[in-house]
Design a protein around this ligand. Structure first.
Ligand code: MLT
Ligand code: MN
Length: 313
């Protein structure tokens, strides 16, 4: 299985359009080591020809332009794409806005939980994805789905599972517990080549949004596969520390890397081939490869994803 990180940053990207904090400024002025990153998405393929895109970022047009494998084949029809399926892990803006770019009557299959599909149905702008071309299919809250494009199976399965998270920011209801968060608002995915469901070592666990590491997540991912995990913030209060905002990672539905219940310590004893942080916010100091935090993460065996990063399983 081939995997490409299309966009390694969280919502806003790196640099964020309006951010003048030191990290975004360093990326904007192309300081050595500060790799600009587009917003949260990956792609996977079992054969290098048919691809599934996981989360449709607002930057998907640029991501396709940067990724020859996702472009129309030179000898293909006048309108075509190797993208046969799009799978969503939640309804956050950074994961659904790119659907608007994928209009133009191009057939593919769109997968998401009932909660996320209902959000798309409730926003009529997503009708630009003509239902005659784009079939919407429901992902279970727990279970394996064989991914199909318009012509049939593409050789990949996804196992969806619930992870602690939060309803999309634009759907928050402050009068409800957890701002109205319900099961199905956030899922993690185990992505595999079809037929390899029993092979833990050949599994990519893709969990770009996660509020806490619980025992069942640990036992699920343990066993030697690769993990791409929520790397939004290093410290829970880093937005306030940086002076760019007051929201904590927890308030945004994202676990921090550091701290007693952070992902560095919570996942330290889990057996994995590779562990990669993705969905990295522009306030996260690991984006500076010379930082103390980047060293801490590297010494704990983690990689920090960048756009174009390749994994092979
Ligand atoms: C998040 O991951 O918390 C969201 O993408 C934030 C947002 O809506 O920008
Ligand atoms: Mn996000």
């Amino acid at each position: 299985m081939k995997i490409r990180a299309l966009g390694a940053a969280a919502g806003g990207g790196f640099p964020q359009w309006n951010c003048n904090a030191p990290l975004s400024r360093a990326a904007r002025t192309q300081q050595p080591g500060f790799l600009p990153r587009t917003q949260s998405s990956i792609a996977a393929s079992s054969n290098g020809r048919s691809w599934a895109v996981f989360n449709a970022s607002p930057d998907i047009r640029q991501q396709i332009a940067q990724t020859p494998e996702l472009q129309p084949a030179a000898d293909g029809p006048l309108r075509s794409t190797p993208i046969r399926a799009v799978v969503l892990t939640n309804a956050d803006v950074d994961h659904i806005a790119g659907l608007l770019t994928l209009r133009e009557k191009e057939p593919f299959t769109l997968y998401a939980t009932r909660r996320v599909l209902d959000t798309l149905s409730a926003n009529s702008i997503f009708n630009v994805l003509d239902p005659a071309f784009v079939e919407r299919r429901e992902l279970p809250l727990e279970g394996i789905t064989e991914l199909e494009g318009p012509e049939g199976p593409i050789g990949l399965t996804v196992e969806s599972f619930l992870v602690p998270g939060k309803v999309a920011l634009f759907l928050e209801n402050t009068n409800e517990t957890g701002f109205g968060t319900k099961d199905g608002d956030t899922v993690g995915l185990a992505i595999r080549v079809s037929g390899a469901e029993a092979s833990a070592g050949r599994t990519l666990f893709y969990v770009p949004g996660c509020a806490a590491v619980e025992a069942d997540l640990k036992s699920r991912i343990s066993g030697g596969g690769c993990l791409m995990f929520d790397g939004t913030v290093f410290e829970d209060d880093e937005m306030a520390r940086t002076g760019v905002g007051s929201k904590t990672g927890a308030r945004m539905g994202h676990i921090s890397m550091n701290g007693p219940s952070g992902s560095l310590s919570a996942l330290a004893d889990v057996e994995l081939k590779r562990r990669v942080y993705i969905h990295i916010n522009n306030t996260n100091p690991v984006l500076d490869p010379a930082s103390r935090e980047a060293r801490i993460v590297a010494e704990a065996g983690w990689e920090v994803a960048h756009d174009g990063m390749e994994l092979e399983l």
